[in-house]
Write a protein that binds this ligand. Structure first.
Ligand SMILES: Nc1ncnc2c1ncn2[C@@H]1O[C@H](COP(=O)(O)OP(=O)(O)OP(=O)(O)O)[C@@H](O)[C@H]1O
Length: 625
C-alpha cells in the first residue's frame, strides 16, 4: 500500500515538474493517473507509445503501404466527379449544343462511372485490409498485455488493483481498436480531401479558390478553441469512465463481503456518484460538440452562399464558366464534410494515445522478482531452506522483518505461530519468492532463490494459500494444475492419498464435474482437499501452507488433518498454523512477534519451557473444552 503512496505522490506532486526529474520518475505505470505532466515527461511518454505502436505495426509494413496506396486511389476517385461535372457542363453539353455530337459527354459519363466503381472497390479493399491489420494488432496487444500482467510480481498486483487491470484490458484496448477502425481512415481521408480539394479549387480558378480558402481562417480559429476545450474534457471523460469500471469490478469481485456487511447501499451511492460524474462530463463534451459541429457547418454554408454570389458575378462578367462554378460548389461540400468529423477523430486520437500511454506503461513495468539470466539448475531439490540476515520492507523505511536468520533442514516440518501481523505470511512469501528480500538472502539447498530458474523453483517450492483457489473447469483439471500433463491415474491417486476420492466420485460427473456448474460447487473443506491433492501431485521438496482459518466440522477436520499428515511427510514444510493439532504434529515451532523469532523449538520442549507458546497452547486447549 505504502508503495502505492510513494508512486502516488510522484503522480501528483511537483516531482513531476521539478528539476530533479529523472527517467525513473515516470517509468512503467508510475505516472498513470497524473493530472498534468511536464513537457519532458510528455515527450518521453509519447515516444514510448509510438515505439509500442510501431512495434505492433512492424510486421504489417508492406500491407500498410498497400493500404496507403488504396486510400490515395480512393481519394483521387473522390476528387474526380466534380471536375468531371465541370467538363461535362463546359465541354460535353457545349459540344452537344454546338455540333449535336454527344461523344464528349458520353466519354465523361463513362469516366464518372469508372471513378465511382473504383471508389467502391477501393473502399471494400480498404475496409477488409484495415480490418485485418487492426484486428491482428489488437490480438498481439492483448496477448502481450495479458502475458505481461501474468509475469508481473505479486508486489505489483498488490498495488495495481484488479479494476485497473480490467480497465486496461477493456477501455484501453477498445480505444485503440477505435483508432484502428476509424481514426486512420478518418485522418488520412480528411487530410487528402482537404489538400486535394484545396489544390483543385486553386487550379480551376485561383481567385475563387483563394476566397474559399479564406474561410479556413475561421475554421482554424474554431478548431483551436475546440481542441483546447476538449483535450481537458476528454481526459476527464476517460478517467471518469475508468473509475466507473473500477468501482464496478471491485464491487463484483468482493460481492460476498459486500453482501455480508450490507455494504450495498453505500456502494450504490458511490456508483451513482461516479456514474453521475461520468454523465456530467459527457454532457459537457456534448456541449462542446454542439458548438463545434454546427459552427463548421455554418462556416461551410456561408462560404457556399458567398461562392454562389461571387461566382455568379464572375460568370456574368465572363471571368469564369458555369461548369467551374458548379464544380466549386460540389467541391466545397466535400471540403467541409471531413472538418465536421475532426472533433470525432480528435476524441479518438486522444483516447487512443492515452490508452497507448497506459498500456506501454504496463508493458514497461519490470517484474520485481526477475528470472535469472543464467539460472542454476536444480532438478531434485533436497529442500533445505536458509534465511540469512533477511530484512524485508513492503514500504521503504518500515521493515516488517528486521534481521531474520532461519535455517530449516531438509524434511523438517516447521509451524509458524504468532500474533496477527507478526510476519508469518511474509516469511512464507519470501520462501516462495513472491518477493525478494530487501537485504540478506533466501537459499534453497544453499543456492540463492534469485539464481534458480522459475520452472525449477516452482517445481521445488509450492505454496498453498488460504483461499484454496479453484479455477473454472473440471475437478480433474483443478488437481492437474499441480503438475500439468499428469495422467488421469496420477490425478486419482493424488486425490485418494489426501482422502478426496470419495467425495469426488460422489459428485454428479465424478472427476469430470465442472466446478463452475450447479452441483459442482465445493465446500470449504472440499476445496482444501482439492488444493492438497494439487500440492501432492506437484510433489515439491518444500511445501508452504497457509492453513485455512475457517474451522470445519469434526469429520471434515479429521479428514483434512489426515490429508495434511500425508502430504507433509518426507518433505520440508513451512506451515502458518491456525490449529493446535497442526502445530503439535510439527517437528518445530517458531513463535514470531514483530518480525522477530521469540521462541524456537520442538512443541513439547516449548510447552515445558513455559513461555508464549505454553500460554498459547493452554489457551488453545481451553478453547477446545
Ligand atoms: N502487501 C503489503 N504491503 C504492505 N504491507 C504489508 C503487505 N502485506 C503485509 N504487510 C504488513 O506486513 C506486516 C506482516 O504481515 P504478514 O501478513 O506477514 O503477517 P502475518 O503474521 O501473516 O499475519 P496474519 O496472521 O494476520 O496473517 C503487517 O504489519 C502488514 O501490515
Amino acid at each position: 500500500m505504502a508503495d502505492t503512496d510513494r508512486r502516488g505522490s510522484a503522480e501528483t506532486d511537483t516531482d513531476w515538474r521539478g528539476s530533479a526529474e529523472t527517467d525513473t520518475d515516470w517509468r512503467g505505470v508510475a505516472n498513470e493517473e497524473a493530472a498534468e505532466v511536464s513537457a519532458q515527461a510528455s515527450s518521453f511518454l509519447k515516444a514510448r507509445s509510438r515505439a509500442l505502436l510501431w512495434d505492433l505495426l512492424r510486421p504489417y509494413r508492406r500491407l500498410l503501404w498497400v493500404l496507403v496506396a488504396v486510400v490515395v486511389v480512393e481519394n483521387i476517385t473522390r476528387l474526380l466527379p466534380p471536375w468531371l461535372v465541370r467538363r461535362g457542363i463546359d465541354l460535353g453539353i457545349r459540344s452537344l449544343l454546338d455540333t449535336g455530337s454527344g461523344r464528349v459527354l458520353a466519354e465523361i459519363v463513362v469516366a464518372m462511372l469508372a471513378a465511382l466503381v473504383t471508389q467502391v472497390i477501393t473502399r471494400v479493399l480498404f475496409l477488409r485490409l484495415s480490418g485485418r491489420i487492426g484486428q491482428n494488432v489488437l490480438l498481439e496487444l492483448r496477448r502481450r498485455v495479458f502475458v505481461h500482467f501474468q509475469r508481473l510480481d505479486v508486489a505489483f498486483h498488490d498495488r495495481y488493483t484488479s479494476g485497473r487491470v480490467i480497465s486496461r484490458m477493456t477501455n484501453d484496448t477498445d480505444a485503440i481498436s477505435e483508432l484502428m477502425e476509424q481514426g486512420f481512415d478518418g485522418l488520412v481521408s480528411a487530410v487528402l480531401t482537404l489538400v486535394g480539394t484545396g489544390v483543385m479549387l486553386l487550379v480551376m480558378d485561383w481567385r475563387l479558390g483563394l476566397i474559399c480558402l479564406a474561410s479556413l481562417i475561421f475554421v482554424s480559429a474554431l478548431i483551436t478553441w475546440f481542441s483546447h476545450e476538449s483535450s481537458r474534457t476528454f481526459r476527464e471523460v476517460r478517467n471518469a469512465s475508468a473509475a466507473v469500471i473500477m468501482h464496478f469490478t471491485e464491487t463484483m469481485a468482493g460481492i460476498r463481503a459486500v453482501q455480508a456487511y450490507r455494504r450495498e447501499p453505500r456502494n450504490q451511492e458511490i456508483f451513482t456518484e461516479l456514474s453521475d460524474r461520468y454523465r456530467a462530463i459527457n454532457v459537457r463534451s456534448f456541449r462542446i460538440f454542439a458548438i463545434f459541429m454546427p459552427g463548421i457547418r455554418l462556416i461551410g454554408n456561408v462560404t457556399i452562399a458567398l461562392m454562389l454570389l461571387i461566382g455568379g458575378w464572375f460568370v456574368i462578367k465572363g471571368w469564369s464558366t458555369v461548369g467551374v462554378l458548379t464544380a466549386f460548389l460540389l467541391y466545397l461540400r466535400q471540403f467541409f464534410e471531413p472538418l465536421t468529423d475532426i472533433g470525432e477523430f480528435y476524441n479518438t486520437f486522444q483516447s487512443a494515445s492515452a490508452a497507448l500511454e497506459k498500456l506501454s506503461g504496463v508493458l514497461d513495468e519490470k517484474p520485481g522478482v526477475p528470472e535469472p539470466e543464467d539460472p542454476v539448475r536444480i532438478e531434485h531439490a533436497e529442500g533445505r531452506i536458509d534465511l540469512d540476515g533477511v530484512t524485508f520492507e513492503y514500504a521503504p523505511g518500515r521493515p516488517v522483518l528486521p534481521d531474520l536468520d532461519l535455517h530449516i533442514p531438509a524434511g523438517q516440518n516447521l509451524a509458524l505461530v504468532g500474533t496477527t501481523g507478526a510476519g508469518k505470511t511474509t516469511i512464507a512469501k519470501l520462501i516462495a519468492r513472491f518477493y525478494d528480500p530487501t537485504a540478506g538472502q533466501v537459499t534453497l539447498d544453499g543456492i540463492g532463490l534469485d539464481r534458480i530458474g522459475d520452472e525449477d523453483l516452482r517445481q521445488a517450492v509450492v505454496m498453498v494459500t488460504q483461499e484454496n483457489f479453484i479455477f473454472n473447469g473440471t475437478i480433474a483439471d483443478n488437481i492437474a494444475f499441480g503438475r500439468p500433463g499428469a495422467g488421469r491415474q496420477e490425478i486419482e491417486e493424488a486425490a485418494r492419498t489426501v482422502g478426496a476420492h470419495e467425495f469426488i466420485t460422489a459428485m454428479p460427473e465424478g472427476y469430470q464435474t465442472d466446478v463452475s456448474q450447479r452441483g459442482g460447487r465445493l465446500s470449504a473443506g472440499q476445496r482444501q482437499l482439492v488444493a492438497f491433492a494439487r500440492a501432492f501431485l506437484a510433489d515439491p521438496a518444500v511445501l508452504i501452507l497457509d492453513e485455512a482459518t475457517s474451522s470445519l466440522d469434526i469429520p471434515s477436520e479429521r479428514l483434512v488433518q489426515r490429508a495434511l499428515r500425508t502430504i507433509l511427510a518426507d518433505r520440508t514444510a513451512v506451515i502458518i498454523a491456525h490449529r493446535l493439532s497442526t502445530v503439535e504434529n510439527a517437528d518445530r515451532v517458531l513463535v514470531l512477534g514483530e518480525g522477530r523469532i521469540l521462541e524456537d523449538g520442538a512443541p513439547e520442549e516449548l510447552r515445558r519451557r513455559g513461555g508464549r507458546y505454553a500460554d498459547l497452547h493452554k489457551a488453545w486447549e481451553e478453547s477446545l473444552l
